[in-house]
Ligand binder design. Sequence first.
Ligand SMILES: *Cc1c(COP(=O)(O)O)cnc(C)c1O
Length: 376
Amino acid sequence: MKKVTNHKHKKKILTAGPSISHLEVQFVTDAVKHAWHDRGYEWVKRFEHEFAQYTGSGFTLATAGGACALELALAAIGIGPGDEVILPDMTYFGCSDVVRLVGATPVFVDILRDTWCIDPDKIIPAITKRTKAIMPVDLYGHASEMEQIQEIAKKYHLFVIEDACQGVGTLYKGRHVGAYADLAAYSFQGSKILTTSVGGMLATNSKKLYEKARMLNKHGEDPQKPFWQLEVGYEYKMSDLQAAFGLAQLKRIETFVEKKQQLYEWYRPYLQDIPGLLMNVEKPDVRSNHWMSSIVLDNDLGITRDQLRKALLERNIDTRPFFYPISMFPLYKEAHTPIAHHTGLNGINLPSGLQLTKDEVVFVAKAVRDILLHTV
Ligand SMILES: *Cc1c(COP(=O)(O)O)cnc(C)c1O
């Protein structure tokens, strides 16, 4: 065995990180100064409008976060106690939380081995009389199999709520993710490709669902009669300061997608030929935003995921473990989802921040290769 080189990067290489330009500063400064009284919500409306134009959505509602948008989507449909929602087992637990928060039950199914998104073939056996919706998640920026999911939903009269939180800029069959769902949620949390520091967006092509969600997000206020309440609702709004930030980011989103694709292309030559190592893929019908360049230790490589992460940290390289299958948590009954279990416990998100340089990416890629193969 050759010796493993072990030099440390001077500056810590972080997993995520935004790209901030003078435009964000300029827009936010303007909002701080002017977005008050009769100019209140101007930036929010502009951001909603331009985001709808970018994604091709009929209606958009800016929210306080991606999970808030998902919860409003469930509430707008009227999903509640006694209902079931099908979602992939390997995703962020915010997804299952919102199902629980409206009083419904999450049902976890397995994922695909290549895209790590929900396996459409596993959806049908999970459908019961109580199933109301399917919640596919565009994991790490790859699109879910929306055409197949849409067919299943039609056949069984289910709603599709797409968690596109990680997928801003991702295209599926030429259209932005979310376009094939009844409702879609996007997140602008700090690690996401487009950020407002904290924030999200709900999108739909249904005027009825949009109006219901908007009404619910004003604590159920009657749109015709201010201060008159019709229903118990929410207050998950986005502020003008966040919207101004988001609008500046939106003007630059295509450059972010290009940069993420570039990071992936910088990693690829060093990692793609390592036996037993899987990288994220990009299926022919998809333009992935490559939010996170990621790897899965698919075979026994003689090192565990956590040992690899530790060895990288010793070189000043930050990484993120994949999501644990949610059904592993004591809150739930463990589901039979072998691929989610295998992937969730052996996957790593590599540094994928927008500020990374080629030298930094190559340093990380070589370190991973070096550790896995014990050679440079
Ligand atoms: C980030 C994220 C969320 C939650 O978004 P917030 O804006 O943090 O509420 C939900 N689902 C997925 C898949 C996410 O990555």
